[in-house]
Design a protein around this ligand. Sequence first.
Ligand SMILES: [Zn+2]
Length: 373
Amino acid sequence: MLRHTLPIGRIMGIPIDVDFSWFLVFGLLTWILAVSYYPQSLKGAPSAELWLMGVVTAILFFFSILLHELAHSAAALHYKIPVHRITLFIFGGVSQIAQDPSSATAEFVVTIVGPLASFALAGVFFLLQAPLSGVAPALAVVKYLTMINGMLGLFNLIPGFPLDGGRIFRAVVWGWIGDFRRATLIAANVGRFFGFFFIMTGVWMALRGFLFNGLWTAFIGWFLESAAGSQVQQQLVQNLLVGHKVSEAIGNEAPRVAAETSLQTIVDQEILRHGRRSFLVQDNGQILGLLTLHSIKAVPPSDWPTTTTQEAMIPLAQLSTTSPEAELWTALEKMGRNGINQMPVLNGSEFVGMLSRDDVVHYLQLLQQLQTR
Ligand SMILES: [Zn+2]
């Protein structure tokens, strides 16, 4: 997979990445501050000083966002919810907190500490204003950081999923109605509403002549609407699949081939003639592993006649697997997370069949058709 992020270190054991889009924001913010914002508050200041102020502000803003995310992560770790990584990107940051939260209270606390950290930062920068009142450039910088952290806290409190406010809203609804899935759907739909509201407000502002702010507002609205929209879609799929087991969706089994067959034979007789793309490698009825087009291509064609399927396959032990009793939704999520299209289904160590994304999609279509009748 292509990486768009730059690792910058670890805090509390959590890897911190910077998405490349962040450098764009960093440059844009520095530039706007240096040529437009600070010249208004510090008339006549030399441009080198203005640019230095812009850079310092952008760096401190970066640390402000990092602190906001670290607050989420620290609270998650307190509730024993693992945090995979923190990525700082164009709209701020995302903490990749594993899985769905365990309780409404945990979700509420883990989420609200982010905006609270932003407000606390705004408070700290506000308190710095008095001692720095004699140093005009430093005063302007802390004034800006007071305002921007306050705005960051407020923006994140907008009750639209996936913003912090949407999560807080979901936690409250969840605690109230006691149904996590329905609460997610409600919060995501409220998020879509706020997205549309921002788009309309942005268009209205643009028509009234505030072109830049209007377009920016509409852009944020579009981002909110699409994020919440995909959340709604995902939740609808999840609602359909909930309670259904992997065993119900297992599809046609991939053809079995013997462990000692050469790759050349497989290519000639199975792939080119029948268009098959993946095979189960077996020996004495025992499934040993999975042979895919990908694993065949990893072997140079000149070695195909002398390489056996067993040598080229991915051994069962190295594959992500699922069990017949596992939730179908969980299995689908696992395939998505690991970037794979199929998984062997094992009952203990006994091979039951293969589950592919296509199988799940087929099953989903059947469920959908039955539901609309
Ligand atoms: Zn947050």
